[in-house]
Structures are given as C-alpha cells and as structure tokens.
Design a binder for this molecule. Structure first.
Ligand SMILES: [Zn+2]
Length: 131
C-alpha cells in the first residue's frame, strides 16, 4: 500500500471508510477481512497509478476505466451499500465527494502526473498504512 497524498489520499480514505462499513456489516468482522483487504490494496494501487494524479476526477465520472471487471463489480457492491451511510458516518468525506462531483473532468490526460511517477522521482518507498 502506498501512502497517497492530497486528493488521492482523500479518495483512498473515502474508499477505506466505505470498505470498512461494508465489511463490518456484510462480513461481520471487526477488522477488514482478507477478501476486502485485497480489494483495498487494488484500489490503492489504481490510485497510485491514476494518470490524472492530483487532478483526478471522481472515479464514477472518470473516462478511463482502469478497474478490471471483477473489481469494478466489487466496487459497485461496496459503494451501493456504504455510499448512503457515508453521509452519516463520515460527513466530511461524503461532502468532499459531493464537491468532487461538480468538478469538470480534465480535457486532457496530463503527462507524468501520476502519484506513481512522482513517487519514483522522489525515490520514496511504499509506506505501510495503519489499519
Ligand atoms: Zn470483508
């Protein structure tokens, strides 16, 4: 897992919170189960590689479909379940997401803007995110 910053960091926090809600209720766990953890790592990797980097549009509006079919379906199930609960449990993250919905999609995909690109430039190593 990579330590994402800025907008990407907020996005990951949001996904993390949603997976948490979903897993706790659907899989009846205290800690995120292995299955959901794998999905979370996948989402983290995709955010790291997102070519839009810090100007990334919200995923549901993004013209690039970077998720594979299986993970895309998994994401839809999680979002459908946890999305409505976010407003109550994580109002700030939910609000930020709503604001993001209003932002226009960048016309062009920028070059060398991904978090991954910057990470490699700075030579920073992946960080372990505390759960
Ligand atoms: Zn789970």
């Amino acid at each position: 897992m990579y330590n994402l910053s800025g907008k990407l960091g907020v996005e990951f926090k949001t996904i993390h919170a949603m997976v948490n809600i979903y897993c706790q209720h659907e899989h009846r766990t205290k800690k995120i189960c292995e299955h959901c953890q794998t999905f979370l790592s996948y989402a983290n990797k995709k955010l790291d590689r997102c070519p839009y980097g810090q100007i990334k549009p919200i995923c549901s509006k993004c013209p690039i479909h970077c998720y594979k079919k299986k993970q895309r379906e998994q994401a839809q199930v999680i979002m459908r379940y946890a999305g409505p609960k976010m407003l109550l449990w994580h109002p700030l993250l939910a609000f930020k997401h709503l604001v993001g919905k209003k932002h226009p999609i960048p016309k062009r995909v920028p070059e060398k803007a991904s978090h991954r690109h910057h990470r490699k430039l700075n030579g920073s190593k992946p960080a372990n995110i505390k759960r």
